[in-house]
Write a protein that binds this ligand. Structure first.
Ligand code: CDP
Length: 231
């Protein structure tokens, strides 16, 4: 049995990271952790507890509430997808709403939020054998990850994917609104002070704009085997 490694998949919003990370983990028998879901769960908590007023976050209240926010993952739901639990409640559907998407990047800018979630993410990776996707996994959470992938595609292409995904789930959405959200999150994520989104110098770049899911998986599996063989 080859030694287990850590796989960090970072990239822009709606670049298909989560789908490819989940599928890769399933194929190689690793644990999958969606770090974005953790930022989304904290955002949902803030929204539900009146900590967002007229689009402004009450940072002090949210920071003092952080110790009482517990985020865990249920290995697989009935749909075969890992569900996110906020203080034991399954919030997988709620955290994907446009309301949460609209507030998550400003929440993810708060240094105390990042500090707490990064510590939790590092705990998840202690045993290795993990695929984690996000924005700062290869740069901050696991700078020593054996395999790092940075995913990119044009904002239009990404918005198109997200739009179809939301429509499929039955959400009433407007393409322009989705595109604006994707662009706004790109802007906040790349310009924030703490752990901005950027490609780690040792990350493999994957531009999946014109790749099918199957081609993407083939590319990932090939890279994984190359790295695993060198171990
Ligand atoms: O799925 P999508 O790419 O739209 O986003 P996500 O992975 O669910 O992440 C939602 C938001 O959380 C991002 O736009 C970032 O603002 C933030 N995030 C972060 O700051 N750091 C991470 N490691 C993961 C997500």
């Amino acid at each position: 049995m080859a030694e287990k490694i850590i796989i960090a998949i970072d990239g822009y919003s709606s670049s298909g990271k989560s789908t490819m990370a989940r599928e890769l983990a399933r194929r190689i028998g690793y644990v999958y952790v969606d770090s974005g879901a953790m930022y989304r769960a904290v955002t949902l908590f803030a929204l539900r507890n009146g900590m967002v007023k007229e689009g402004k976050i009450d940072v002090d209240s949210l920071v003092s509430a952080l110790p009482s926010i517990n985020i865990t993952f249920q290995p697989t739901g009935e749909d075969g997808i890992q569900h996110t639990l906020l203080n034991g409640e399954d919030v997988e559907k709620e955290i994907r709403s446009m309301e949460v998407s609209g507030m998550v990047s400003p929440v993810a800018v708060i240094p105390e939020v990042r500090e707490r979630l990064v510590a939790l993410q590092q705990q998840f990776g202690k045993e290795k054998g993990i695929v984690m996707d996000g924005r700062d996994i290869g740069t901050t959470v696991f700078p020593d990850a054996e395999m790092k992938v940075f995913v990119c595609a044009s904002a239009e292409e990404r918005a198109k994917r997200r739009y179809l995904e939301l429509k499929e789930k039955g959400e009433e959405v407007d393409f322009e609104e989705v595109l604006r959200n994707v662009e706004e999150r790109d802007r906040i994520d790349t310009t924030r002070e703490v752990s901005p989104l950027r490609k780690a110098s040792d990350a493999l770049e994957l531009d999946n704009g014109s790749m099918t899911r199957a081609q993407q998986m083939e590319w990932l599996m090939e890279k994984f085997h190359e790295i695993e063989m060198k171990k």
